[in-house]
Design a protein around this ligand. Structure first.
Ligand SMILES: NC(=O)C1=CN([C@@H]2O[C@H](COP(=O)(O)OP(=O)(O)OC[C@H]3O[C@@H](n4cnc5c(N)ncnc54)[C@H](OP(=O)(O)O)[C@@H]3O)[C@@H](O)[C@H]2O)C=CC1
Ligand SMILES: O=CCCC(=O)O
Length: 290
């Protein structure tokens, strides 16, 4: 099976590498073309534009930073729309809002193509290990045809119905995650500032009802002020912003998420946007020292 792949950031690189390892033929494109080199060393082909990838492959996956990148790759010159046609499938696994997904769906299907949105839960390591959770919606036949690839990329693929539902589910999940990360960061700082061991707090949390892989995985490095980017903070803030907009549309009051969004914005203003989202703890430390 030949798969096109647009976007070789943290997630796209790991996901396309995984497809190659499992015997898929993969043709890649990335805005910064030099990032394709490592994939080419592992057997991928490369194209110079998204349109060329679409022309070559029947199914193309995109993993791009945000709504503006997702739209640009489809609608701009040399973009997806120039070559999409009857029978071709386009799967956007970026985290975007439902409105962006619906716009892309309309444009792709308007030219006879098929569209699935498939944002993923799980970060760099699950992407490397093929352990993502895929939140797909849209063209059911394309979803089913893509299952061999989804089975390599993820441990479970949900089919959620009409386009927009995948985007919404992903935003709800990341809204919960971003809020939890903030409560966790405040707890670690509070333990430390009040004379407790923040490492002992990790052990206590891990033995009780709040144990979870995120606290376990990120806590030790947060206590060492180390934030190698797995999930960049700027993307988590984008997801909080989009989730809050979804809350606005549905008149759902979300004061906890709104406060978490402010903390991520504060962290961005401190220049931490490219670090892992756990670096939000620095915004808590900063405010405690004000
Ligand atoms: N990292 C994670 O843990 C997870 C991330 N996600 C989501 O997946 C998506 C990708 O995340 P991640 O890989 O971490 O992000 P990165 O920032 O590592 O990569 C972003 C990718 O988008 C490309 N890009 C950005 N702007 C444009 C543009 N205007 N036109 C074309 N390409 C563009 C970048 O190209 P270039 O190299 O040229 O900059 C790069 O390939 C995001 O939507 C994120 O929210 C979802 C689950 C987990
Ligand atoms: O969107 C990013 C999600 C990161 C994760 O699920 O660990």
């Amino acid at each position: 099976m030949e798969i096109g792949f647009l976007g070789l950031g943290i997630m796209g690189k790991a996901m396309s590498m995984n497809l190659l390892k499992h015997g898929f033929k993969v043709t890649v494109w990335n805005r910064t073309l030099s990032k394709c080199d490592e994939l080419v060393e592992h057997g991928a082909s490369v194209c110079e534009t998204p349109a060329q990838v679409i022309k070559k492959c029947n199914i193309t996956i995109a993993v791009l930073s945000d709504p503006s990148a997702a739209l640009s790759v489809v609608f701009d010159k040399d973009g997806v729309l120039e070559q999409i046609c009857e029978g071709k499938g386009y799967i956007d696994m970026s985290t975007v809002d439902a409105e962006t997904s619906l716009k892309i769906n309309q444009a792709i299907t308007g030219k006879g193509g098929r569209f699935v949105e498939g944002p993923v839960s799980g970060s760099k390591k699950p992407a490397e290990d093929g352990q993502l959770i895929i939140l797909a919606a849209g063209d059911k036949a394309l979803f089913e045809e893509s299952i061999p690839a989804f089975d390599v990329l993820g441990k479970k693929s949900f089919y959620l119905g009409e386009v927009g539902n995948g985007a919404k589910m992903k935003l709800v999940v990341n809204m919960v995650m971003g809020s939890m990360m903030n409560a966790f960061a405040e707890g670690l700082v509070l333990a430390d500032k009040s004379g407790l061991s923040a490492d002992t707090l990790l052990d206590v949390l891990d033995l009780g009802a709040m144990t979870n892989p995120m606290f376990k995985g990120k806590g030790p490095s947060m206590n060492k002020s180390s934030y190698p980017p797995a999930f960049p903070l700027k993307h988590q803030q984008k997801d909080m912003r989009l989730a809050l907009a979804l809350g606005d549309e549905n008149a759902v009051s979300m004061p906890v998420a709104a406060a978490a969004n402010e903390a991520f914005k504060k962290a961005r203003s401190l220049g931490l946007g490219d670090l892992d989202f756990s670096a939000v703890i620095e915004a808590v430390r900063f405010s405690k020292e004000d």
